[in-house]
Every structure is written in structure tokens, then in C-alpha cells.
Design a protein around this ligand. Structure first.
Ligand code: BDP
Length: 336
């Protein structure tokens, strides 16, 4: 019996020690659910080495870095996800997360963007940047929420000039009767018509073969696009009329952005803005390189003593603007 009791005592002591030991043992940390990586897509029309694409990559890099890899933005360049107009539509209903586009096709979705891309609107690049980086630029970025987009940042696109395969353009009279490709934008169609040429809207990716086969006689774009698309090979007359400065914009899908936390939305917005100085610096470099290439390739570059005639021809476009947009134009011009 005594033995029985001592065994019982031993068992109890052992159990107490065991239980106590259990209590002392360091607790294993509660398994944290692995943070899911969010992979997003950004659509870009240009090639991988074009300055806007380089800006997109910088934006993606900053988001990745600032979220410790939790948010990854894959840049689909070279129109892999489609041409600009179709891509904008997809961003609008949330099938594509982001895109960097020219504001010309965007104006089909947000008409008031025409006020930012009027011909001969800005005195120079510096004026345009003052506008875009100031309250007007910010208002425009915010204004597209109504159309289901989140406006993120602006990129540089320099000035656009006419080029064609037929002849030197020294005045609007030389444009008469030429079929000129324009972006898919009503304003740009009206601009070309006001100069006496025949506007032909078409997606960017179709322009090379249209020039080559004579579907169009010419087009208009900045130096880097003229070179990166090889248009210079099939349309060697380039006139420095600088008729427009059309800002580039990066937009997000509002449907997609609304699903992210407020913190992530803020990281994305700030990263986009922080990628701007890099893109603008890359742009400046590329503009020079592209111009040099055009000269070396033997393109015929026409420098106008004055673009007054071109400017005068654009007056009807301003008269056609709604009073609200005329007011925006007035405010833009007042920016010193
Ligand atoms: C380039 C813009 C690009 C436009 C293209 C065009 O960077 O976004 O799509 O012009 O003319 O300058 O369509």
C-alpha cells in the first residue's frame, strides 16, 4: 500500500513538473499568414528602351522597393496589351491596372483634357511643366476619378512636328491635300483639317506600314517617336513647327485602386510622382540622341523662321472650345 502511494506521489510530482515545464516552454510564434504578393500590370505602347517605358520601370521599381516586394508591377511595353485607346478602355473597367498614355486618346474619355493639349498653348517646355506641376495639373489628375481613373503623374513628350514622305513643309499651304495620320483624337483631327490637310486617325502601331504603303503621306510626332518607330525611314521631311506639346500621363484603374489599402494607394501615388524627374531627364537625353540620328540618316529638317502662320490657323480650334475650357486655357496662359 505504502509503495502504491509513493508511486502515486511520484506520478503526481512528475505530472506537475511536466505541466509546469510545459508552461515555461517558450511559445512558438503564432504562424503569420504569408503576405500575398500583389502583381499588377502596366500597359505601355513604346519599346522597352523608350523614355516613357524607362519611367514606367522606375515607377514599378519604387513601388516594389517601398512595399518590400509585396506589390509588383509588371510593365508590358511595345503595345503587348493593345493600342492606347483599347488599353484605356480596359483600365476603365479594371481589366488592366495601369497605363502610361498620351493625353490625346485619353481626351476621348475625359473631353476636358483637350484644354491641356491645344496647339501652341504653352510658350515652351518650362511653361508646360509649371502648369502640370502646379494646381492646374493637380486638378486634372484628380478630375478623371469621375471617369473611373486615378491620375498618377505626368511625363515629358517634348513637342510634336509634322513629317511626310512627299515634300518639305514650310507653311500650312504645303500641307494642303496631304493625308496626315493623327492620334485617335477629335481635336487632333480638327487641327490637321484646319491646316488644310486630310486627317487620318489610326493607332500608333499601324503608322509605319500606312506610311510605307501610301495609305497616309505623313504624320506628326516628337523626335524620339519619329526615330523609335522608324518612321524617319519612310517619311524623311521633318518640319520643326512644334505645333503641340501633348503631356504623357500615367493612370490607374479606380476599380483596382479602390480595393487596395489607403497606405498602398498612397505608396503608389507617391512612387509615380517620384518617377517623374528620372523620366524627364531620360527624355531630354533621348530627344538629342534621336535628333542626331535623324540628321545622320539624311532626313530633311526644315526650320521655320516663324510659326506664326501655323499658329494663326489654329485660332478656330480655340473658338470652338466650350466656355469652361476657354477659361482653363486662360488660366494656363496666365501661369508665368
Ligand atoms: C507618342 C506618345 C504615345 C502616342 C504616340 C502616337 O508617346 O503615347 O501613342 O505618340 O502618336 O509621342 O500615337
Amino acid at each position: 500500500m505504502k509503495r502504491g502511494i509513493s508511486i502515486l506521489v511520484l506520478l503526481l510530482v512528475g505530472f506537475a513538473l511536466f505541466a509546469g515545464g510545459q508552461k515555461e516552454a517558450p511559445k512558438a510564434p503564432a504562424a503569420k499568414p504569408a503576405e500575398k504578393q500583389i502583381v499588377m500590370r502596366l500597359a505601355e505602347t513604346h519599346r522597352a528602351d523608350y523614355p516613357t517605358t524607362r519611367g514606367d520601370m522606375e515607377f514599378a521599381r519604387l513601388v516594389n522597393e517601398r512595399t518590400n516586394g509585396r506589390i509588383k508591377i509588371d510593365v508590358y511595353h511595345s503595345s503587348q496589351l493593345g493600342e492606347e485607346k483599347a488599353v484605356i478602355e480596359q483600365v476603365q473597367f479594371g481589366a488592366i491596372d495601369f497605363t502610361r498614355v498620351s493625353i490625346s486618346p485619353l481626351a476621348a474619355f475625359a473631353k476636358h483634357f483637350d484644354a491641356l493639349q491645344m496647339p501652341y498653348l504653352y510658350r515652351d517646355a518650362e511653361h508646360m511643366w509649371k502648369v502640370l506641376n502646379g494646381p492646374i495639373g493637380e486638378e486634372f489628375l484628380q478630375s478623371i476619378e469621375k471617369a473611373n481613373f486615378v491620375g498618377l503623374c505626368w511625363y515629358d513628350s517634348g513637342a510634336r512636328n509634322f513629317y511626310n514622305s512627299k515634300r518639305e513643309i514650310k507653311s500650312p499651304a504645303d500641307l494642303k491635300g496631304l493625308k496626315i495620320r493623327v492620334q485617335q483624337s477629335e481635336l487632333m483631327m480638327n487641327m490637321v483639317a484646319a491646316l488644310g490637310a486630310i486627317p487620318t486617325p489610326m493607332p500608333f502601331g499601324e503608322v509605319y506600314s500606312a506610311l510605307q504603303t501610301g495609305v497616309v503621306d505623313g504624320a506628326e510626332n516628337n523626335w524620339p517617336s519619329y526615330i523609335s518607330t522608324s518612321h524617319f525611314e519612310v517619311a524623311k521631311y521633318y518640319t520643326l513647327d512644334e505645333h503641340t506639346r501633348v503631356p504623357e500621363i500615367t493612370i490607374g484603374s479606380k476599380i483596382v485602386m479602390d480595393k487596395l489599402s489607403k497606405e498602398d494607394q498612397a505608396i503608389i501615388k507617391k512612387a509615380a510622382k517620384d518617377s517623374m524627374p528620372y523620366q524627364i531627364a531620360e527624355w531630354k537625353k533621348e530627344e538629342k540622341i534621336a535628333e542626331e540620328k535623324a540628321r545622320k540618316a539624311g532626313c530633311i529638317i526644315t526650320v521655320l523662321p516663324s510659326n506664326a502662320e501655323f499658329q494663326a490657323a489654329m485660332k478656330p480650334l480655340y473658338d470652338k472650345l466650350t466656355p469652361e475650357l476657354q477659361e482653363v486655357v486662360r488660366r494656363i496662359r496666365e501661369v508665368k
